[in-house]
Design a protein. Sequence first.
Length: 417
Amino acid sequence: AAVPKAEAKAKAKAKAEAAVAPPAAPKAAAKPAAQKAKAKAPAKVEEEEKPKESMELAPNYVIDDGSGPAWEVSSGLTKKQQKQKERKQEQKAVGGGQPVVGKAVPGMGPTNTVPGMAPTKADGKGGVSQSVAADVERILAMKAAGVAVEEKAPEGNTSTATINVPEPKIGIVIGPKGAKIKMIQEKTGVTNIDTTGSVFTIVGPPQAVAKAEAAIKELVEKGYCALSYDDFTENFVNAHPSCFPDLIGKNGAVVRKIKEELGVEVNFPETQKNAPASKKYKVTLAGSAQAVEKAKAVINNIMMYSHDELTHPGLVHEELEIESWAWRYIIGTGGSEMKHIQNNYKVKVAIPREHSLNQKVLIVGEQPMVERAQAYIEKLVWNAEHKTSGRDKVDDGDAWGDEEPEEEWMKQYLYKR
């Protein structure tokens, strides 16, 4: 009986130990949990170090509060398909809800309609568009009221022309601030002149387009056009190239004065390299008839006397009859005498050349200075004409007078040079 009691006590003790043993497992599990907590701790610190996101909107963000325009709805069509769709809608609107051009269906009449008119009905009666009906009603009402009705003239066909304008000529054709293009458009009555690029496009009635085209071509070829003047005429002056500097002036001052004062166009031709020295060129003039004649007279005066009252106000000239052998004394060595005269008396001295219109020595300047320069030149020529030196010099009042003819007996006593 004692043995069973001992076994029973042993079994009870084993059961008690077994009941107490399981709580040890949570401790073992607690260690990994603690390690995980330790591992998660740095992540928490990193999260705390991150800057807080700003709730303010960036400058390029806009909140749609519904007060703006409606959003566009995508049609799902390409641009080409969208254009075709819009064109069909326009044709339907013009044709009274039917396509302008329809395909014939076998067994049915054609569905073609005329733009601006309603399509023909199936019963054969022609429909009348609302606009036409409104015009008829308006005209009938005006006639009933006794008001004169003005019928609109049918508009002519629109024509288009293109002109290729070289780049250097674009400024000439357009003019200052578009003045010439505006003038052409106003005087011809064209609808529009597009000057984009080097190809100008003219749109308008056929006759107006033809006039505008001719005017632009004239501007390209000549630099002027007849359309700019009411009483237009052209003329020319034959001039030698040696006269061009005087006619043009310093920095174009002379020719610009002629253009501005008289309102004419003056064009100088390009000279030929291998042309004869005596060849003259045509200086063309264009403008009103009266202005062209005045310009012609001014140019002739400049070629003849190196000045005109229009271009050189206040200047006068003096012509001197001096023989050609004495010209070199007026010019001086290396042009020194000529420079002295012109700088000292503020005048211009022109020595005749082979192709000069005026074959006299010319002095141009203000009246007092011209007189002084004239006296100086005349003295130069007199000294050159009466120049003597050495034993041959004869002063005024010489008692010996003129030498007698040489006789035969004198030869042995004469000094031979």
